[in-house]
Design a protein around this ligand. Structure first.
Ligand code: NAP
Length: 247
């Protein structure tokens, strides 16, 4: 282990909005320098970087479609050029498209595979050799892995794949002092969950957990901060369901 005194660097994918933005804010508060990845929401990403810098932190925005391996490599190069390396990778970028297996078309399948499954694979492929010693990888799964409700088939399949890669990479990184874990949120109040759902469906899902409320992005950021920080150092190869007890 090196005795570095400079701030650790966290790269958060899909950090322009929702859970990712909250993770970026929380890790910045905890002293990490942040790389804010986004796909299309440049203004939101820039506003977040400005807010982090205004609070005394350091942040860089980095546009990259996580499904595009070359774009991900350019982003990683930019992070290393700016800050010398990356210590924490949070694979948060994701989309959710719901349809029964009978109705879902190839576009629904391909887009979720590209962003939710190939995305984390692209970043983890680089992290496996380039994340600094003592680093942490934190993947966003979902409690749909376990709940397996109708219409969530392809989305759940991508997240089950993420969980599988989490377990395997934790073992492949033996000897590098890097942990690999996943957080599996339940329904969380962001555009991904709320957009396009009838109020009755939102109400029903809100009541499903014994704690009888929706998750908030802060709830998930708290769990990520635990795994990224000193108290989470002995947790490795685990899936942590952060969901109010829904499953
Ligand atoms: P969200 O509010 O829709 O935000 C999604 C984020 O991902 C945005 O910053 C978006 O950036 C980014 N993104 C989308 N496609 C991308 C791509 N190809 N490359 C890079 N970034 C991309 O979603 P959220 O609810 O915060 O979800 C965050 C993660 O938590 C996802 O992995 C999701 O599956 C998981 N999750 C969410 C819930 C929930 O109920 N909300 C539950 C379980 C798990 P742009 O705006 O720039 O496109």
């Amino acid at each position: 282990m090196t005795n570095r005194t400079d701030p650790k660097v966290a790269l958060v994918t899909g950090a322009s909005r929702g859970i990712g933005a909250e993770i970026a804010k929380r890790l910045a508060k905890d002293g990490f320098t942040i790389v804010i990845n986004y796909a299309g929401s440049a203004a939101d990403a820039e506003a977040l970087a400005t807010a982090i810098e205004a609070s005394g932190g350091r942040a860089l925005t980095a546009q990259a479609d996580v499904g595009d391996a070359q774009a991900v490599a350019r982003m990683w190069d930019a992070a290393e050029a700016a800050f010398g390396g990356v210590d924490v990778l949070v694979n948060n970028a994701g989309i959710m498209k719901l349809a029964t297996l009978a109705d879902g078309d190839d576009a629904l399948f391909d887009s979720q595979i590209a962003i939710n499954l190939k995305g984390p694979r692209n970043t983890m492929k680089l992290a496996a050799t380039r994340l600094r010693e003592g680093g942490r990888i934190i993947n966003l799964s979902s409690s749909v892995v376990g709940l397996y409700q109708p219409t969530y088939g392809v989305y759940a399949a991508t997240k089950a794949g993420v969980e599988a890669m989490t377990h395997v990479l934790a073992k492949e990184l033996r000897g590098r002092n890097i942990t690999v874990n996943a957080i599996a949120p339940g329904p969380t109040a962001t555009a991904l969950f709320l957009d396009g759902k009838p109020q009755a469906a939102i109400d029903a899902l809100t009541k499903l957990a014994p704690l009888e409320r929706l998750g908030q992005p802060e709830d998930i950021a708290n769990a990520v901060a635990f795994l990224a920080g000193p108290d989470g150092g002995w947790i490795n190869g685990q899936i942590l369901r952060s969901n109010g007890g829904i499953i």
